[in-house]
Design a protein around this ligand. Structure first.
Ligand SMILES: O=C(O)CCC(=O)C(=O)O
Ligand SMILES: [Fe+2]
Length: 344
C-alpha cells in the first residue's frame, strides 16, 4: 500500500498572497510527524521537469564507456557515478545488508566557485566546477531545473523559519554560498545482467545530509521511507508535486524536533528485471563554513543538545567519504541507530 505523505501548498511564499501562518503550521506538523512532504504551489513550470527527464534519458542511454568519460575522483561530487560505485548506507556507517554497492547510476552537478563571485577563495573540491556531457540540450535543461529547484529550496527555508519561530530570513545567514548539488539518479539494470535476489538495492538506506532536499521523481514505485511506526512505506509523488525532505543539518538545528527521515530505493522487479525509475534530488546543504548547533528556541529548559556543533563542510564531507569512497562514517551514530532498529 502506498503511504500518503502530507501535502503542503506553499503558494503564499511563492506568490506573496495567502495565509502564510497556515502554511507554516502545516509544514511544522509534517516535519514533526513524517519529515517528508509533498509540496505543491511551488510554481515550477512542468515543462522544465519534462526537459530534465529528457536530458537524463539522453545521457543515461549512452553506452557505459562513453558515460565513463565524465567520471570524477570520489572526493569530487560532480559528473558520472556508474552503477555499484556508491553505497549510501556507508554515509551513516552501516554496511548494506547484502554487502553490495547500490545499483543506481547518477550524474551530479553542483554550485561552483564561479557561481559565488562575492565569496572568493571557497574550498575545493567542495565548490568544484561542473563537467558537462556533450549531449545536445543537456546542460540547458539541467541548469534550468537546478535554478528552479534552488528557488523552491530557498522558499522552503522561509517556511521553515516561520514554522520554527525564527526571523523569516534566518537561513540566509547560512546559505549565502550554499553547497548545493543536484544528483540525477537512474535505476536500471540490463535484463539478465544480475542475480535478482531479495537484497537488490537501488539506493541504500540513508538520511540526506543538508538543510532540505527538493526531489523530483517519476511515478515508478521504489522510494521507501521509514515511517513513524517503524515500517518502510512506499512513497510516490502526486501529479505535479515535488517531494521535500529534511536533511541532517535541520535535525541538528532543531535537536530532532524535526527529523532527517531515513529513506531508500528498491524499484520493483517485473519480468526478471527492474522497472526503470528516475529521480533528481536537489540538495540545499548550507555554507561550507556555517557552524551547525542547536537553535535556542529548540532546547527546552534543562534539555541537552543531542549533537556537538559541526560545520556543514565537515558533516557533508564525512557523509560523502562514506557513500562515495567507502570510508565508513563513524560520526553518524544517531542515524545508524535508527537504521539498525529498523532492521530489527
Ligand atoms: O530516487 C529517489 O527517489 C531518492 C533519491 C535519494 O534519496 C537521493 O538521491 O538522496
Ligand atoms: Fe536521499
Amino acid at each position: 500500500m502506498t503511504f500518503v505523505v502530507p501535502v503542503v501548498d506553499i503558494s503564499p511564499y511563492v506568490t506573496g498572497t495567502g495565509d502564510r501562518a497556515a502554511v507554516a503550521a502545516a509544514m511544522d506538523a509534517a516535519c514533526r510527524e513524517v519529515g517528508f512532504v509533498q509540496v505543491v504551489g511551488h510554481g515550477v513550470d512542468p515543462a522544465l521537469a519534462r526537459g530534465l527527464g529528457a536530458a537524463m534519458d539522453a545521457f543515461f542511454a549512452l553506452p557505459p564507456e562513453r558515460k565513463a568519460a565524465w567520471r570524477t575522483a570520489p572526493e569530487v561530487n560532480r559528473g558520472y557515478s556508474p552503477p555499484r560505485s556508491e553505497s549510501l548506507s556507508l554515509s551513516l556507517g552501516v554496511e548494506s545488508a547484502s554487502r553490495m554497492n547500490d545499483f543506481f547510476e547518477a550524474f551530479n552537478v553542483g554550485a561552483a566557485q564561479s557561481d559565488y563571485p562575492h565569496a572568493p577563495g571557497l574550498p575545493q573540491p567542495d565548490y568544484a566546477e561542473n563537467t558537462w556531457p556533450d549531449v545536445p540540450g543537456f546542460r540547458g535543461a539541467v541548469e534550468a531545473w537546478f535554478a528552479e529547484a534552488a528557488r523552491v529550496a530557498r522558499a522552503l527555508t522561509r517556511v521553515f523559519a516561520d514554522a520554527l519561530g525564527l526571523p523569516v530570513d534566518f537561513f540566509d545567514r547560512m546559505t549565502g554560498h550554499s553547497l548545493d548539488v543536484l544528483r540525477m539518479n537512474n535505476y536500471a539494470l540490463p535484463p539478465g545482467s544480475v542475480e535478482l535476489d531479495g537484497e537488490l538495492t537501488g539506493m541504500g538506506e540513508h538520511t540526506d545530509y543538508g538543510i532540505v532536499t527538493v526531489l523530483w521523481a517519476d511515478q515508478v514505485p521504489g522510494l521507501q521511507i521509514l515511517a513513524p511506526d517503524g515500517g518502510w512505506r512506499d512513497v510516490s509523488p502526486a501529479d505535479g508535486a515535488l517531494l521535500v525532505n529534511l536533511g541532517d543539518v535541520t535535525t541538528r538545528l532543531t535537536n530532532e524536533r524535526w527529523r532527517s527521515t531515513l529513506h531508500r530505493v528498491k524499484p520493483p522487479v517485473v519480468d526478471g528485471t527492474v522497472l526503470r525509475r528516475r529521480s533528481a534530488a536537489f540538495f540545499h546543504d548550507g555554507d561550507v563554513d556555517a557552524v551547525v548547533s542547536v537553535l535556542p528556541g529548540c532546547l527546552a529548559p534543562g534539555e541537552d543538545p543531542k549533537y556537538l556543533p559541526v560545520t556543514v563542510g565537515e558533516h557533508v564531507a564525512a557523509k560523502l567519504r562514506g557513500s562515495r569512497a567507502g570510508v565508513v562514517n563513524t560520526a553518524a551514530d544517531r542515524e545508524a541507530a535508527r537504521v539498525l532498529a529498523a532492521r530489527g
